[in-house]
Design a protein around this ligand. Structure first.
Ligand code: PGA
Ligand code: ZN
Length: 427
């Protein structure tokens, strides 16, 4: 007998920016339950699933009363009685009920919280941890973490232009080892910022507030932090940047405010090329704007053999867009954010399209997060290889890293997967 959905409960909870978000709890006929919360982005792609917000002045317009109302009035009666084992049927029903291409009627926030809560309930019903339920008996490994040290762009009031200055502990082979190395780099960065009198708290994802006079100064500081932690830049720990270029591009011009420069696509590629030459950078996300496909193709052609080129805003966790980018030669990896897609099935399809085309996949959190750890289980169970959840501070981030440690224990080891294409890992 298959277990059926018996109840769908929605409530408003709060995210890491103190804004309302949606939590959904699914109850099954067997008594098992599943629960999930929607995260929220700040540097959002134009083609992402759209969250349903109340607007107006209350909570800055971020209220979710309408999203909750949709869950209670439409989603609950729709899902009640459905088999919990068939996630694709559940997601198809949600998509059809919403009826829009951007999920704006029911809201991407309502849909992803519901879809993920169903997935958790199905795993609970099967008596398995979610990662194992998703792995279907396949061998799995921990994802290689990509961890933010300085947060800029939309996460730090555009104090500097580049959004994420991150590290990848490519000299590690075990998950706990990668976290330990990163902890030392994060602490060293804090000490160095303090010595310079530049310690001013943290940005939205827990990375240090970027009190720098130029974008490049952040890269210099990152290298110094790695060295000061007693690690070798490029060998033990390398640099990864999320340029999030859509945020500072208008009419084909990239305006680097802190550097007081305005660059065209070619000049922007040259600048990033110089950084790739001078610094131990192994991964670059959104190097050009989501609307600058020619630029993304040109960048990938020049540097895609050397560095991972991740598409976030440009691909928005959409399988169709991933396949098109593969045909055109733009990017060689996809960022996988479940709430960009809006359902578990569509998220899975985007990741699968990446792997089918020989790409890497990085499962990612959003800048607005909660204690929800679903993405860690998706990254392990689906064999994503890499995981990005922000910095190494604040519990909405640490909850994810700590969940990875628990999964490593359940697996009997924390061997990491990492990049299929670049094989960065030691050993
Ligand atoms: P967001 O940023 O969650 O604010 O959109 C994260 C990212 O760009 O990777
Ligand atoms: Zn991004």
């Amino acid at each position: 007998m298959t277990s059926k959905i018996a109840s769908v409960n929605a409530r408003q909870v709060w995210d890491s920016r103190g804004r309302p978000t949606v939590e959904v709890e699914i109850g099954l006929t067997t008594g098992h339950t599943g629960r999930a919360m929607a995260p929220a982005g700040a540097s959002r792609g134009i083609n992402e699933a759209t969250d349903l917000r109340d607007g107006g002045t209350r909570f800055g317009g971020y209220g979710v009363d309408r999203a909750l109302e949709g869950i209670r009035a439409e989603i609950a009666p729709l899902l009640n009685g459905m088999s919990i084992e068939d996630q694709s049927a559940i997601d198809a029903a949600l998509i059809e009920c919403d009826g829009t291409t951007d999920k704006s009627r029911l809201g991407g926030n309502a849909m992803i919280a519901t879809s993920l809560a169903c997935l958790w309930a199905a795993a609970a019903d099967a008596g398995e941890p979610l990662w194992r339920y998703l792995a279907h008996g396949r061998d799995v490994a921990l994802p290689l973490p990509e961890i933010q040290i300085f947060g800029g762009g939309a996460h730090a009031a555009a104090r500097i232009d580049i959004q994420d200055f991150m590290v990848i502990a490519n000299g590690a082979s075990q998950f706990d080892e990668a976290l330990a190395m990163t902890a030392e780099v994060y602490a060293a960065a804090g000490r160095l910022m303090d010595e310079r009198g530049a310690l001013s708290g943290v940005a939205d994802e827990g990375g240090f507030w970027p009190n720098f006079e130029s974008n490049e100064a952040a890269l210099d500081m990152l290298v110094r932090a790695i060295e000061s932690a007693g690690l070798r830049p490029g060998e033990d720990v390398s640099i990864s940047v999320d340029v999030a270029a859509s945020e500072f591009c208008a009419d084909g011009i990239y305006r680097l405010a802190v550097d007081e420069r305005a660059l065209n696509t070619g000049e922007m590629i040259e600048l990033l090329g110089r950084w790739i030459e001078r610094y131990p950078i192994i991964s670059v996300e959104d190097p050009l704007s989501e609307t600058d496909e020619a630029g993304l193709i040109a960048f990938t052609e020049r540097f895609g053999g050397k560095v991972q080129v991740i598409g976030d805003d440009y691909l928005v966790t959409n399988a169709e867009r991933v396949r098109r980018a593969q045909q055109r030669g733009a990017c060689n990896a996809v960022l996988v954010k479940p709430n960009q897609a809006g359902t578990v099935s569509e998220t899975r399809a985007a990741l699968q399209a990446a792997h089918d085309g020989g790409w890497d996949a990085v499962v990612s959190a959003r800048s607005g997060e909660t204690e929800d750890v679903s993405i860690v289980h998706l990254a392990v169970g689906w064999g994503a290889g890499q995981l990005k959840v922000g910095s190494f501070a604040r519990s909405e981030r640490m909850a994810k890293w700590n969940e990875g440690l628990r999964i490593a224990d359940q697996l009997g080891g924390g061997q990491m997967a990492g990049s299929r294409r670049f094989g960065w890992l030691r050993g």
